[in-house]
Write a protein that binds this ligand. Structure first.
Ligand SMILES: Cc1cc2nc3c(=O)[nH]c(=O)nc-3n(C[C@H](O)[C@H](O)[C@H](O)COP(=O)(O)OP(=O)(O)OC[C@H]3O[C@@H](n4cnc5c(N)ncnc54)[C@H](O)[C@@H]3O)c2cc1C
Length: 307
């Protein structure tokens, strides 16, 4: 640990000046939805877009960079993430309407965007009410629920690349597909414009309430989880394959396959990231044996395993 702290200290000295915050050895895993996993060698919270861009322009090329949103779809491995982890803070959390558009920062919570749209009588964004992530994560993952996804409401987004250059893109450039976008891996989204259709605020609110209550019934929302663990294979439901392979309730250390929704892994207390990842791999192996289908991880696993 002392050696790791010394390494972080020497890395922090090599980083460019910033108006934002730098923190060595930040406990990252604990801040994710899973509540498990390691540290960020350095956590960087930029003050605003220009601060982010200037920082990246001055960053030595050999320093690895990882971006995370609010950690509802990631598993941070126990050995932590080397280099600089960038997380956008409050300065990127705004959401306001102009006509039928919602202009939002990439750290705006999906649920807040849904609420702002509803209050302005903009329909079509209510699916976001049940997705516990940020707009940046929603773009990268093409997040969706109940028959709608980001691609249906996406107008444009702004991103900063690893050299600090600023890009503005439309939906065609991102080629959205199921829980995936072709966003270049080195882009950090900073803001987005989403667009809905005219709607009655009361009707939209009723639809949002319906979505919330369906979720409460179907998902283990009061536990530490990362949401759907695996993508649905074409024409199949991941949870059904997992159930048929006998994995419902399967445990490893502090990790368990949810009994309520078996495509959710949950931290029932004290799970390490390895417990969760190894349990996920066991589920994949059992599903492969039972059905011949290889499940693909939807959750992004980041960082290093402990040796
Ligand atoms: C209980 C629960 C229910 C869920 N239900 C749904 C659902 O119904 N539908 C659904 O689609 N998802 C669902 N999810 C998963 C998750 O909420 C979404 O994928 C969400 O969009 C992730 O956003 P985030 O901010 O948490 O991103 P993170 O989990 O922090 O990151 C996800 C990925 O996005 C990248 N990323 C994040 N922000 C940025 C940025 N600004 N620029 C570039 N890259 C970025 C990260 O590098 C990472 O690869 C659920 C999760 C939970 C815990």
């Amino acid at each position: 640990m002392a050696a790791a702290a010394r390494k972080s200290d020497s890395l922090i000295e090599r980083l460019p000046p910033t108006r934002g915050r730098l923190e060595a050895g930040a406990p990252l895993g604990a801040q994710t939805w899973f509540g498990a996993g390691g540290h960020a060698e350095i956590l960087f919270k930029p003050e605003d877009r220009d601060d982010l861009s200037d920082f990246l322009k001055g960053l030595p090329r050999d320093v690895p960079v990882t971006v995370i949103g609010i950690g509802s779809n990631v598993l941070i491995r126990d050995g932590g993430i080397e280099g600089v982890v960038i997380r956008l803070g409050k300065a990127f959390g705004n959401a306001a309407t102009i006509g039928l558009e919602v202009h939002c920062g990439a750290a705006a919570l999906d649920a807040n965007v849904a609420r702002v749209a509803q209050q302005a009588g903009i329909a079509g964004l209510e699916f976001l009410v049940g997705i516990p992530g940020s707009v940046g994560g929603a773009i990268v993952m093409n997040a969706g629920a109940y028959g709608a996804e980001i691609k249906d409401v996406f107008v444009s987004a702004e991103a900063v690349d690893m050299r600090g250059a600023i890009h503005v893109v439309d939906g065609n450039a991102l080629a959205f597909s199921y829980r995936h976008s072709k966003a270049p891996g080195d882009w950090i989204f900073t803001s987005a414009v989403l667009r809905g259709t005219p709607g009655n605020p009361d009707v939209i609110e009723a639809r949002m309430n319906e979505i919330r209550s369906k979720r409460d019934d179907a998902q283990p929302l009061k536990t530490r989880t990362g949401g759907s663990t695996f993508k649905n294979p074409p024409g199949q439901k991941a949870w059904e394959l997992i159930d048929k392979a006998g994995c419902r309730g399967l445990k490893r250390g502090g990790a368990m396959v949810s009994v309520k929704h078996c495509n959710f892994l949950i931290n029932i207390g004290g799970a390490t990231a390895s417990d969760l990842e190894d349990l996920g791999e066991e589920v994949r192996a059992r599903v492969k044996d039972a059905s011949g289908i290889e499940l693909q991880w939807e959750i992004r696993r980041l960082g290093r395993r402990l040796a």
